[in-house]
Ligand binder design. Structure first.
Ligand SMILES: Nc1ncnc2c1ncn2[C@@H]1O[C@H](COP(=O)(O)OP(=O)(O)O)[C@@H](O)[C@H]1O
Ligand SMILES: [Mg+2]
Length: 298
């Protein structure tokens, strides 16, 4: 990779620059201002997040990336209203977040479907909770199940589904409540590589078809570059903003772009930030010989 001459990731084609102009002229869906979070535990204080500020515009796809322990899950839990903040403020469409609400839908890495409910009942669950009539909830659920391509499985139970299908149901369930923002915490982290690739392309299609802003957490660099308009890079201990990157790759996205120079340049830039050269784990260790076979041909 080092012998390859890559463009500067900050260089944008006129088409990409114009897209960012349009994106930034849209209303702000999510505003995070000087957010801080300190955990108090028996071992002492842990500053998980420090002075985090950023905005996400309407229908933007923003990814958050950073090393393990940099506070990604803490951040998304605060945005979801599942965790309190220690300082700063979070606003959705200008309204301060005080707890969970139907304006924010959440998809986690672990499969969080109710195992005793069918696909349809899982998707209907939130709608019925918020007081929708059963007949309306059923109609809505069907529509979202169709969007994620699972109409043949609406009466199946979660244990009858593959991992990718379960996550599609989780996405349908989150979208059925028509959230303004979809919060996703490493949603494809437990899937095998091929299913993960399908789910990424699938999510892009869903995002194009639905009026929703997405905040997506990942530690996979290719996934972040492929999916996002912008990428917020965090560093650890304490979790702070390292950089907000505008991804210079054109839309609509397709997997052939993985080898385009601007894709590779962005990926390399993030890689160097998260794993700075010289920070590599020790790879030179003495390998005990485990065979008597003559392997001098190696
Ligand atoms: N409930 C908690 N109590 C104490 N410390 C916590 C708690 N949750 C997270 N932390 C700490 O906050 C930091 C960020 O954790 P987390 O948000 O899970 O990071 P990430 O998702 O980026 O891996 C870590 O140092 C973690 O140990
Ligand atoms: Mg996490």
């Amino acid at each position: 990779m080092s012998s390859l001459i890559l463009p500067n990731y900050q260089q944008q084609s006129p088409e990409v620059a114009a897209r960012f102009e349009r994106l930034k002229s849209r209303p702000v869906s999510l505003k995070v201002e000087n957010l801080g979070k300190t955990f108090h535990s028996h071992q002492g204080e842990v500053v998980a997040l420090k002075d985090i500020s950023f905005k996400v515009h309407h229908r933007e796809f923003l990814s958050v990336i950073g090393p393990s322990g940099c506070g990604k899950s803490t951040l998304i839990r605060i945005l979801a209203g599942l965790e309190t903040l220690s300082s700063g403020e979070v606003k959705v469409d200008g309204n301060p977040v005080r707890g969970p609400g139907p304006d924010r839908g959440m998809v986690f890495q672990g499969y969080t479907l109710f195992p005793w409910l069918t696909v349809k009942a899982n998707v209907m669950f939130g709608l019925e909770m918020t007081g929708s009539a059963k007949i309306y909830a059923e109609q809505e659920a069907r529509q979202w199940i169709q969007l994620v391509g699972l109409e043949k499985f609406e009466n199946a139970y979660p244990h009858q589904l593959s991992g990718g299908m379960k996550q599609r149901v989780a996405i349908a369930r989150a979208l059925a409540n028509r959230p303004k923002i979809l919060l996703m915490d490493e949603p494809f982290g437990a899937l095998d590589a091929q299913t993960r690739a399908h789910m990424q392309s699938y999510l892009l299609k869903i995002w194009e078809a639905v009026d929703v802003t997405i905040l997506f957490i990942t530690h996979d660099l290719d996934e972040a570059v492929y999916l996002s308009d912008r990428i917020l890079v965090l560093k650890a201990h304490p979790g702070e903003v390292q950089e907000m990157i505008e991804v210079p790759v054109a839309h609509p996205r397709n997997r052939d772009q993985f080898v385009q120079p601007e894709f590779l340049a962005t990926r390399k830039h993030i890689e160097d930030m998260i794993h700075p050269p010289g920070d590599a784990p020790e790879l030179e260790f003495k390998m005990p010989r485990m065979t008597d076979v003559d392997n001098t041909i190696h």
